[in-house]
Design a binder for this molecule. Structure first.
Ligand SMILES: [Zn+2]
Length: 295
């Protein structure tokens, strides 16, 4: 299968391997861009190339329709890619509405949204966060032709249908269940494919420093949400996060609960990350938290 040039499914070398403000990645090739079927998952992961977030969107296909879980940063044209991958209608659902997960929402006719004020606000679009993503140390390789960095912004989108915890999407022969897992943001969800043992965790879990420093983050809610997910571990086969590396073993979830509890109890190591943030690490997990205010 060939893919559009503007979202090439090729690995590319980073031009400046030392110029990294590479905030999350453990992926050694930071310019990788894949559209790759995940074995045993009946899903395709889509990496947006040339940007250090290494955000991963997933196309999950049923007999009747497909669901795109997140739409990347909107630098490349994700709709062209999904059109190549499936002829079925594609509905969009976001793991949460931070700008790096909703950039292509506007291109799709049907977008689910969690019924929260945070979601409604972000659906109006924004420029500031989008512009921060294209700072020179955030990019590598060539940006798509026609992309204008000066006007780059997260475009507004229309929420077609508001949903809540427990909502199910029937794709035809395959059902996905929405689990509200607030914490990273008020509208963070995980997506459960019970029959296939898959859990798509968005930014609630991925294998790199998990961002929990922004004002919209609620650490109590986060700790409760990961506990909820950990209870599912025995019935899961794969955990699929939204950044860096797509696959993890379900056993990661109970360990994540222990790690966030330990970090909140002051255990593990702490490394400053700039003036206002710090990386807290425990048992191979790390969390980017707001640094305590100086007296
Ligand atoms: Zn996020």
């Amino acid at each position: 299968m060939s893919f559009p040039r503007i979202w090439p499914c090729l690995r590319r070398e980073r031009k400046n391997p030392n110029g990294a403000n590479h905030s999350r990645g453990q992926n050694t090739n930071r310019c990788s861009a894949f559209c790759k079927t995940i074995p045993g998952s009946k899903s395709t992961r889509l990496y947006e190339p040339h940007q250090s977030e290494e955000v991963i969107s997933y196309l999950i296909v049923g007999h009747k329709q497909a669901l795109l879980f997140d739409t990347g940063m909107g630098i490349s044209n994700i709709r062209k890619v999904t059109a190549k991958l499936t002829s079925r209608p594609v509905v969009v659902l976001n793991s949460h509405t931070h700008n790096d997960h909703v950039g292509g929402n506007w291109q799709f006719a049907f977008v689910y949204g969690m019924d929260t004020d945070f979601t409604r606000k972000n659906a109006k679009g924004s420029r500031e966060d989008a512009q921060a993503e294209i700072a020179p140390d955030q990019l590598c390789g060539d940006l798509p032709k026609g992309f204008n960095p000066k006007t780059y912004a997260t475009k507004p989108w229309k929420i077609s249908h508001f949903i809540h915890d427990g909502f199910k999407v029937n794709l035809g022969g395959r059902t996905l269940e929405v689990l509200s897992t607030p914490g990273h943001t008020p509208d963070a969800i995980s997506l459960l494919d019970r029959e296939n043992g898959l859990l798509f965790t968005g930014d609630t879990y991925y294998p790199a420093p998990i961002w929990l420093f922004r004002p919209e983050t609620d650490l109590d809610a986060y700790a409760a949400s990961v506990k909820r997910l950990a209870e599912l571990a025995p019935e899961l086969k794969l955990v699929l996060g939204a950044h860096n590396i797509p696959l993890a073993e379900p056993s990661v979830l109970p360990r994540l609960v222990t790690a966030i509890q330990a970090v909140r109890a002051g255990q593990g190591t702490v490394k400053p990350a700039g003036e206002v943030k710090a990386i807290h690490s425990f048992d191979g997990f790390s969390f980017l938290l707001a640094a305590p205010r100086k007296e």
